[in-house]
Design a protein around this ligand. Sequence first.
Ligand code: ATP
Ligand code: ZN
Length: 283
Amino acid sequence: MKALKIAIQKSGRLNEKSVALLKNCGLNFENYKSSLITSVNNFPLEILFLRDDDIPEYVQDGIADLGIVGENVIQEKEVDVEYLQKLGFGKCTLKIAIPKGKNYESLQELNGKSIATSNPIILQKFLTENKIDASIRTISGSVEISPGLGLSDAICDIVSTGGTLKSNGLEPFADVLSSQAVLIGKKDIKHDSIVEELLQRIQSVLRASETKYVVLNVERKNLPSILTLLPGVKSPTIIPLAEEGWVAVHTVISEQDFWEKINALKASGAQGIVVMPIEKIIV
Ligand code: ATP
Ligand code: ZN
């Protein structure tokens, strides 16, 4: 069987999580050291390690069949590829930021201003959609120092915590694009059986990562109220305890749901609550 190629970032913010995701899918391979390409030894796949900026075009042109890259990079490159799966990591927002204290009241105040960015395509699209006529200054890095140097009135850059903006005397003004890492494929690749299998594995890992296995003990008389709080994959498993009148409830629940329900579970008599990670969920 001919191996497919997947391109991932060779180093940087998406590298570690991309590698971890593929390994959690049961793929066995050597990590990037100096080689550009490595083979998975238990699945028909080769991994290409690239700069993230090159990944969209490699996938569009079919040099790689699949790729893992930020949505921001895909949009900036304006490529024609298929989005196969959002991956839930590498989350960030492309924002317009202005010098602290400017207090612009509406987007319209950007009219006639200059905005520095390394994402001119995304920014232009945003400005056009909002009918704003501003000039874009394209620079390749350290965008956030540009207003301080008098190079621009505002910036448009990726923000995750806002710390870099703050230390450069800037504050967020408008959100332009929210992004996360996604799995992309070249046109029509999603019907390939290897891609289907990989996608299934990825989805089972993603489902598992947001879900927990919960075990708790409860007196049988309190069971009905506990059960109304726990939907479970199908329905919870109930196991009698050695102590007369008590049962253990085993169930699978989303982590978010669990934190929302923990107090209600306790109030309904749940004791000895144990929460465990799940490796994979096949549905
Ligand atoms: P490369 O050397 O591969 O070109 P890079 O320096 O362009 O790397 P990174 O900084 O590693 O890129 O970021 C890769 C991606 O991670 C971004 O395109 C974006 O989708 C995502 N990301 C998540 N949080 C942040 C952040 N705080 N700053 C920048 N990118 C972020
Ligand atoms: Zn890059």
